[in-house]
Ligand binder design. Structure first.
Ligand code: MG
Length: 380
């Protein structure tokens, strides 16, 4: 038994030196997150993380969800999940309410691991791999006067650092500019580095299809979020029109949210975020649903060391699709823009070597939290 005694939320934020943006048009000037700390009666502490506006996640947990977890056994993680979801779904079957549940769920898995002395991936059914191939997410828009050279230089930096796969942002307002930038990056990194593009849903269906056909000539592996996430019919059209894989789902939530996209094969790859879509408990179900329908599950990740570690355990426990002698295993999204909470929140930071990241083997998530970082950057 690991009975929950206390649920605490920590909202942290810090300004960054080099603000950046994607086609969403949001200028990222700070990095931050909402961390969930759950303590049991016998003194075990578990950590979780919520994706999205941190103060909103905190409000959901502090006022609605946290009090319902007090007195529950962490090993009843599925029972707790159903209770929290059924409490909140009338007001928030998607969005920040589910991100809040995700943070609690991850912390409960961390507790179960620490209570049993096992890493989370063992509790999820075991690791299919001891390390995961990581791709660098970057190549946002920073210097609007140097969009092509800055992308080329950044991509070359990732290759030099050992990455074998890179994902770049597109959506510069003209097809010619996007193609010029992607082509320059492809030329600079050569044909052997895997390259993906992410439009953050800025295109219409016809534009996405026309652009996608040109991107296919540049050896792009997947086209992420070509169009708006609500338009499942549109995703079906784009997916059928293009030979390349179409990906999406970082802004979808729960098995019910993913159901239609998966059943209709609107996407070749679904990308649930463990800190948003419902935690490890729910993402395991989403992955099973995807596998059942011949859709790949390659999780989205954009968080601190806590969310990153949870994502790595989830990936370790995902079978290859399809299983083969030389499989294309699901990759880890290793976002590379400035983020002290990714790099310094864990006493032992998560690193890539030659483009691979080792699956943590310590109990729970396998990361030890540096409380000084939380205290220094706490805003709520
Ligand atoms: Mg994305």
């Amino acid at each position: 038994m690991s009975i929950v005694k206390k649920v605490t939320t920590h909202v942290v934020s810090t300004p960054i030196k080099h603000p950046f943006q994607s086609s969403r048009g949001w200028l990222y000037k700070t990095r931050g997150t909402c961390l969930v700390e759950i303590e049991t009666q016998d003194g075990i502490v578990g950590w979780g993380e919520c994706y999205g506006p941190s103060a909103v996640a905190k409000a959901f947990i502090d006022t609605q969800l946290g009090p319902r977890v007090i007195g529950r056994d962490a090993f009843d993680v599925e029972v707790v999940w159903e209770d929290l979801y059924n409490r909140i779904k009338d007001y928030g079957p998607k969005g920040m309410s589910i991100a809040a549940i995700s943070g609690i769920d991850i912390a409960l898995w961390d507790i179960m691991g620490k209570a049993t002395g096992k890493p989370v991936h063992k509790l999820l059914g075991g690791a299919f791999r001891n390390d995961v191939l990581a791709y660098a997410t970057g190549l946002y828009f920073t210097d609007m006067d140097r969009l092509v050279p800055e992308a080329v230089e950044e991509a070359q930096g990732y290759v030099k650092a050992g990455f074998k796969a890179i994902k770049m942002k597109i959506g510069l307002g003209s097809m010619e500019r996007d193609i010029e930038r992607v082509a320059a990056v492809r030329k600079a990194i050569g044909p052997d580095i895997r390259l993906m593009v992410d439009a953050n849903h800025c295109f219409s269906v016809p534009t996405a299809i026309r652009l996608g056909r040109k991107l296919e000539e540049l050896g792009i592996e997947w086209f992420e979020e070509p169009i708006s996430p609500e338009d499942i019919d549109g995703y079906v059209e784009v997916s059928r029109a293009l030979d390349m894989a179409v990906a999406g789902g970082e802004n979808e939530f729960t098995r019910w949210g993913f159901r239609e996209a998966i059943v209709r094969k609107a996407m070749d790859i679904v990308q649930p975020d463990v800190c948003a879509a419902g935690g490890l408990s729910e993402c395991k179900k989403i992955a099973t649903l995807a596998i059942t329908h011949g859709v790949e599950c390659v999780p989205h990740a954009w968080g601190s060391a806590v969310g990153l570690a949870a994502t790595i355990h989830f990936l370790a426990a995902l079978p290859d699709q399809p299983p083969s002698l030389f499989p294309f295993s699901p990759m880890l999204e290793f976002e590379q823009e400035e983020n002290p909470f990714r790099d310094h929140l864990a006493l032992e930071p998560i690193r890539q070597v030659e483009g691979r990241v080792k699956v943590p083997t310590g109990p729970g998530l396998g990361v030890e939290i540096d409380r000084k970082i939380i205290d220094r950057h706490r805003v709520a």
